[in-house]
Design a binder for this molecule. Structure first.
Ligand code: PLP
Length: 396
């Protein structure tokens, strides 16, 4: 069956992804199974999406019970799950208001629009530019690819949207020099995910906050990958001691159902009024019920604390691996957003791991990234480490 599926897929699905040659049919916790019954431990989580693991019973129940009550009515009306979800997010973050949409790119679109609108509402028409970071990733729509600091993402789609300036991540001086009277916001990921699991210096984010305050520009954090417990805090900004004005979320927010959110302080959020921005499916009851259950479970079962603990253990063990193998240049990351930079391309390790029943992924050609469900346990981590140890021995 899997061979047929692959063959059909390659003729009917747009070839925007290079897919691995397996058909995944079922998941439970940190485990996945393919159409041939082969079992895998998942260190990808659908790219930092299924933070509670696959088919979490509480999330599945929330989805099925909401599905028999109400799927969708549009934002012309109030619905209970959306209000409860917004309230939870507001109670557990710096923000005062939430706007819901369906993906990370859409959340960033909303943030970009809100930053511009904020200054228009103040009567300042000259501030529209956004300073973003080199090697950043903010999405694939026209505005968000324009905000992304990687040429390969923009290639072939010129002209990109006007108004984005780029500086190296973790470089305060460069940022200071690039903020002008035309700047409305600084946009960054507190930890760069797709760009290579890059962690800034300990004081970088607070210095960015100070620069923004001095210049009177907004600070936007893209926490689409780092949020919802991934770094060992509910949101990565909590590590820095400062708060952004706007934050975007998506990926893990509903543990696998599509959702995006833009959270903001009241003084910024109030720049949006009825008709300013909209989304048909944004915060629809079914997805809101799934997100609310995801967040409640994360808290009740102390999953963020578990992530912190497992992340520390995993990183230590990766460091030990690096000490044994010359092909590993460095280990980076925080919580369960971990990476390992190699001297050589990472593809063959991804393929060899898959063969042995482990899903990992490779970014920027040479960086192996480990983003398992946050419920991962030590024996599962140890199993992957043993596998990697053997593979590096073989490749030496
Ligand atoms: C995945 C990601 C996005 C894009 O999210 P989509 O849901 O794919 O549109 C944006 N920013 C960051 C940091 C991401 O990791």
């Amino acid at each position: 069956m899997s061979r047929d599926i692959k063959k059909i897929a390659d003729t009917v699905i747009a070839s925007t992804y290079k897919r691995f040659p397996i058909v995944i049919t079922r998941g439970s916790g940190c485990m996945l199974w393919d159409a041939d019954g082969k079992q895998y431990i998942d260190f990808v989580s659908g790219i930092a999406v299924c933070n509670l693991g696959h088919a979490h019973p509480k999330v599945s129940t929330a989805i099925s019970s909401q599905s028999s009550r109400l799927l969708h009515v549009s934002n012309l009306y109030y619905t209970v799950p959306q209000v409860e979800l917004a309230s939870w997010l507001i109670e557990n973050s710096f923000a005062d208001r939430a706007f819901f949409c369906n993906s990370g790119a859409e959340a960033n679109e909303a943030a970009i629009k809100l930053a511009r609108k904020y200054f228009r509402e103040k009567g300042d028409n000259g501030r529209y530019r956004i300073v973003a970071m080199e090697k950043s990733f903010h999405g694939r729509t026209m505005a968000t690819l324009s905000a992304t600091g990687q040429d390969k993402i923009k290639k072939g789609f010129d002209p990109v949207l006007e108004g984005f300036d780029f500086v190296p991540f973790n470089d305060v001086k460069a940022l200071q020099n690039s903020i002008t009277d035309a700047t409305c916001a600084v946009l960054l990921e507190p930890v760069q995910g797709e760009g290579g699991v890059r962690i800034p210096d300990a004081d970088y984010l607070s210095r960015v906050r100070r620069l923004c305050d001095e210049a009177g520009v907004l600070l936007i954090f893209d926490e689409i990958q780092t949020g919802i417990g991934r770094t060992g805090k509910l949101f990565a900004y909590e590590h820095s001691g400062i708060e952004p004005d706007i934050m975007t979320l998506a990926k893990a927010l509903a543990n696998g159902l599509p959702i995006g959110a833009m959270l903001a302080k009241e003084y910024v959020a109030s720049a949006f009024g009825p008709g300013s921005h909209a989304s048909t499916f944004g915060g629809t009851p079914i997805v809101s019920a799934a997100a609310l259950e995801t967040l409640r479970t994360l808290k009740e079962e102390k999953i963020v604390e578990h992530c912190h603990e497992m992340g520390r253990y995993f990183k230590q063990q990766l460091e030990a691996l690096r000490a044994r193998h010359g092909a590993i240049l460095d280990v980076r990351g925080i919580g369960l957003l971990l990476g390992m930079k190699l001297k050589i391309p990472g593809d063959k390790f991804v393929n060899a791991c898959m063969e042995r029943g482990f899903l990992i992924n490779c970014i920027q050609d040479t960086i192996l990234r480990f983003i398992p469900p946050l419920i991962i346990e030590k024996p599962q981590i140890d199993a992957l480490l043993n596998c990697l140890d053997e593979l590096f021995d073989q490749s030496a």
